[in-house]
Design a protein. Structure first.
Length: 416
């Protein structure tokens, strides 16, 4: 019993470190949506160029998802986590040295490459540290770190941008990431990890590729891809929209943004628990939350005043959080831990492709409509609705089991 208590405490400590690392990673990417306002003024960027700066990260991040998942299953999560966080933090620092639009694009692209390995490696760590019945809850807690990172960004970054300037802000964030990397290097090891590492066989490359032949994989990817277009399109352009169209100052826009961010935090944290209550009815879970998200997003984007914009965004963010946590929790229920890194990498690929498309497409639509945001908003609403519809393709868990998916992967490998 004493040993079990120690292991439980160690799991919580490791989860806390991963949580902080994830929070910093989200802050490093989200800060650009605020910093792009002074950056755009300094480099005289058009809306399309502004969208490209934001999207450069997502393209690189997307490219890395499947390779990073495979590498995590091959090399182990510890190496990938430490390598990822230290190098992305260095490129966060390099962002502060950007001297031109081209340099900024290249640096943010490389930043995305380095950050791309962290999600799959964290999921692998959870799969090894936690028993299967606890993994969904642990993953939901971990993913709520993004919303906490958003909260901190909304509180501190607008003011720090004014006090420090955007270059010094990136220097500070990069330094914080290096410190977290050192802590993870020192502490992310345990008797559980060492014992399982001796027994664990490297995942077969064919097994990882076989995940792409499973219906459930693509159903989750397309659901996550669609809602990511809507969510990242909104978060990427909201500060600019509030400053230029609603005539708020950057600090006020950031502080009001705390409301939907807080709602997303609560929704993400509760999503794992709620998904358990919908066990056997996951199709309804994704459809219902996707529809509610889209309805409130529509009301927010076309609201008559600032107060209503943030009221509806707050409501939509709750349902986004429900979908967000479920997309990352469900693979732990469906896939064996030997391929969980690859599975999460594939899920993230869909999200990051959506994140890459959204800012650029919105910038193009805004420029094409001579500064009007209406076309861009309808693009986001269509993406949100698509997410709800793709949710209908997800099979309920009472029709598919962990063993069924594992057997399907193995049969795909044998066919090869």
């Amino acid at each position: 019993m004493k040993r079990m208590a120690v292991q439980g405490d160690n799991r919580k400590f490791i989860l806390s470190l991963l949580f902080v690392g994830y929070m910093v990673s989200y802050m490093d990417r989200l800060v650009m949506t605020l910093a792009v306002v002074p950056i755009g003024q300094e480099f005289n960027l058009s809306p399309a160029a502004t969208g490209t700066v934001i999207s450069a990260f997502f393209l690189a991040y997307a490219i890395m998802q499947i390779p990073a998942g495979w590498l995590t299953d091959q090399l182990g999560y510890r190496r990938v986590i430490i390598f990822s966080i230290v190098l992305w933090s260095l490129f966060t620092v390099f962002t502060g040295f950007a001297w031109s639009f081209t340099a900024l694009i290249v640096i943010r692209f490389l930043f995305g490459i380095m950050e791309g390995g962290y999600p799959a490696a964290c999921a692998k760590a959870i799969a090894e540290y936690f028993p299967q019945k606890e993994r969904g809850k642990a993953q939901s807690i971990l993913m709520s770190s993004n919303s906490f990172g958003g909260l901190i960004t909304g509180v501190l970054v607008p003011t720090l941008l004014i006090w420090l300037g955007w270059r010094n802000l990136f220097f500070a964030l990069g330094a914080a990431g290096v410190i977290i990397g050192v802590l993870l290097w020192k502490y992310i090891r345990s008797p559980i990890q060492l014992e399982e590492a001796k027994e664990q066989q490297p995942v077969n490359k064919d097994s990882m590729l076989s995940l792409l032949k499973i219906r459930q994989t693509w159903a989750l990817v397309l659901t996550w891809f669609s809602i990511s277009i809507a969510s990242w399109g909104t978060s990427s352009w909201l500060p600019m929209y509030m400053v230029t169209e609603r005539h708020l100052d950057l600090v006020s826009a950031g502080l009001l943004g705390l409301l939907p961010t807080t709602a997303a935090t609560l929704g993400t944290a509760a999503g794992g628990w709620l998904l358990v209550r919908f066990s056997g009815r996951e199709k309804m879970y994704f459809l219902m939350n996707g529809l509610f998200y889209t309805v409130f997003l529509f009301l927010a984007l076309f609201a008559p005043n600032v107060g209503m914009v943030f009221t509806y965004l707050t409501l939509s963010s709750i349902f986004y959080g429900f979908v967000f946590s479920a997309v990352y929790a469900l693979p732990h229920k469906l896939f064996d831990k030997s391929v969980i890194g690859s599975a999460i990498g594939i899920m993230n690929l869909g999200s990051m492709i959506g994140g890459f498309i959204a800012p650029i497409m919105m910038g193009v639509l805004i420029s094409a409509l001579k500064g009007s945001y209406d076309g861009a908003f309808w693009f986001l609403i269509a993406a949100g609705l698509s997410s709800a519809l793709f949710g209908l393709t997800i099979r309920n868990s009472n029709h598919v089991s962990h063993g069924d998916v594992a057997d399907q992967i193995q049969s795909n490998v044998k066919v090869k």
